[in-house]
Every structure is written in C-alpha cells, then in structure tokens.
Design a protein around this ligand. Structure first.
Ligand code: AQP
Length: 328
C-alpha cells in the first residue's frame, strides 16, 4: 500500500476546524493507505508556548486522534519527538535548502508578522522539518488543507534536490487535498485557530458549544430578522456544510435567503448536528482518559513502528551523503 504521512500540532485545544479540515479526512484514508499520523510537537515549539501544558496537549491531541477513529489496528499514531530521525534528517535537508526559498514561504511571512518578537530559526526552518517528517517514511501522499499545499510542494523540491545531489532516494510526495471547507473562527474574521481565541473545541461541553455558536458572527448583511441573508458569506453556513445532512443544508440555504428562519434557528439546527457528531468522540476520549496507560501504550508502539522505518531510511541517507563509517 502507498504510504501517507500527516501531522497535527499540539499547539492548543484541537478544534472543529482541525477535525473537519484534517482528522475526519485522515480517517477516510486508513483503509486504502499505510498511514502515519503524527503529533508534531517540534513544530509547536516554534512559537511561544506554555511548557507546563505541553505534555497534556500532546497526550490530549493523540487521544483525540484515536477517539476519532485513528486506531492502532488501522494506522500508526506517533509523537514526532519520540523519533529523533525526524530532526536528524532535517539537518541533512538544511544543507540542500537555500535560505531564500524558506524566506518566501507564506506561512513564515504570516507567522513572522504574528510573532514579531520571536522570529526564530525554527519558524524559518519549519518547512524543512515538515519535509523530513514526510520523507523519513518515504511517504508518497500527504493529506492537507489548502494552506499547507505550498509546504508539500517544498517537500517535493527538497526530495528532488537531495536525489539530484546524492542519487535517487526519496519519492516526490503528492498532496491529497482536503475537500472540506475552511472554518472561520467564531469572530468570523480569522481562520479558526488553536492559538487564537476564536475556536470551538472538539472537547467543549455542549453548553459551551452552544454559547460559542449563539454569539458567533453570521452573514454581515443580515442585521435584522427580516433581512434576507447570504449563506455563501456566512461561517455558520460553512459549518452546516461540514456537519449537516444535504437536505438540511438546502433547507437553511433557502430559508436564510428568504428570511424564512432567523440566525438563532439556523444555529440551533447546526448545534444539534454538531452535538450528535461530537458526543461519541467525547465519550471515547473520557473513556481513554480513565485508563491513561492505554494511550501511552499506543504511542510507545507507534514510536517503535516508526523507528523501524525511519532507522532504515536514515541509514541509507547517511551512506548516501558519505557520513556513515564502514565500521558502524
Ligand atoms: N479553521 C480550519 N478549517 C479547516 N481546516 C483547518 N486546519 C486548521 N485549522 C483549520 C487544518 O488542520 C490541520 C492541522 O493543523 P495544524 O495543527 O498543523 O496547524 P494549523 O493549520 O496552524 O492549525 P491551527 O489550529 O491554526 O493552529 P495554530 O493556531 O497553532 O497555528 C491542517 O491540515 C490544517 O489545514
């Protein structure tokens, strides 16, 4: 089977944007591909973070992945820093990567602006680590959202550069683009993000989800109940597309355009559907939290399975670049 790699940062509470844009898509792929899904903690330390919360975030993220269906009988779930070959390969890739290419990356420019006081080398080198994450397993496919396409293209470029300099070693990974809509934050103005205070957490209790939905921004053209709305400009409608059934989506689309229902009614339908989908996941998370050894065992076995693959690839790389002594 072709191999897939994708990662998620433990940079905060996992939210419905991560779920719809990444995790739910990952689950669809586990029967058709040999999948490795990774909690990418080294990526998460490129911005300011709370050290005391990091282990909790890592375990919580891994638990959510498993609770969503990424179970160890179907795929590997691992933590990036448990497999040192990721960072070892990063160094080698650093040596075939022109600095100018990294400076041109959209995410670097955007995060550089957002974290002006902390534009560290890790932030610049992020795409190289990501290329190593993928290529250390010789993964051929990377399921991502639109915002990560540039980084996967960059990984292809790294593979090409390495292969040209040291001989054919790596595949050129292809994107599997998530068809899911990009969910905006409850403020309606920025992408829903762990690090912005605008997210609906996957583990938020129902009352909190409702409170966030109730007060969330809607189509700005609809100031009064009697104003017809424009679903294509409404983040609540985008969430309907992610959580509601086709007939309900058509219903709210038509009712919003004709002012047939108000925003609160529209949000209530969404809330019921969201709750129905999230409740079983939350129940599985609670169950796993009751036996902490369970997720730790999954991560230990994930690391062992990853190390077998990564160790072999790293050995090949060391030989190709000329740093493997004959006596080792
Ligand atoms: N709002 C979103 N809508 C749809 N998809 C989203 N993703 C993230 N936010 C949305 C997808 O989730 C995957 C994993 O994301 P990540 O953890 O690697 O980092 P991110 O995209 O930077 O996510 P956040 O929540 O915005 O984290 P912070 O605040 O730490 O930067 C990605 O495939 C992404 O497309």
């Amino acid at each position: 089977m072709d191999r897939i790699f994708s990662g998620i940062q433990p940079s905060g509470e996992i939210h419905i944007g991560n779920y719809v844009g990444a995790i739910r898509n990952w689950v669809k792929l586990i029967d058709r591909y040999d999948c490795i899904y990774c909690v990418v903690d080294y990526h998460a330390i490129t911005i300011e973070y709370d050290v005391t919360l990091m282990q909790k975030r890592i375990l919580e993220t891994a638990t959510i992945l498993v609770a969503c269906g990424l179970t160890p009988d179907k795929c590997i779930v691992s933590v990036q820093s448990h497999i040192p070959e990721h960072t070892e390969l990063t160094w080698i890739f650093n040596c075939v990567t022109p600095v100018g290419e990294l400076e041109r990356m959209t995410q670097f420019k955007e995060k550089g602006r957002r974290h002006r006081h902390n534009v560290n080398v890790g932030l610049l080198d992020y795409p190289v680590l990501q290329a190593a994450d993928i290529l250390i397993y010789k993964a051929g496919y990377v399921p991502v959202g639109e915002d990560q396409v540039q980084h996967v293209e960059f990984s292809r470029e790294v593979a090409r550069k390495f292969n040209a300099r040291f001989g054919k070693t790596f595949p050129e990974p292809q994107v599997i683009l998530s068809e899911a809509p990009r969910i905006m934050g409850t403020d309606g103005s920025a992408k829903m993000s762990k690090s912005l205070n605008n997210a609906i957490g996957l583990l938020d209790p129902p009352e909190m989800i409702w409170e966030k939905l109730r007060t969330a921004a809607t189509c700005e053209h609809r100031q009064r109940r009697t104003d017809p709305g424009h679903p294509e400009h409404c983040n609540i409608f985008t969430m309907h597309q992610a959580f509601s059934k086709p007939d309900q989506i058509s219903f709210v689309d038509q009712q919003c355009r004709t002012a047939g229902i108000g925003c609160i009614e529209c949000k209530e339908i969404l809330f019921r559907n969201m709750k129905e989908e999230l409740e079983p996941i939350q129940a599985r998370v609670r169950k796993m939290n009751g036996t902490p050894g369970y997720i730790i065992d999954i991560l230990k076995s994930g690391a062992a399975r990853c190390k077998t693959i990564a160790g072999e690839v790293m050995d090949e790389v060391r030989t190709k670049v000329g740093i493997k002594p004959s006596w080792l």
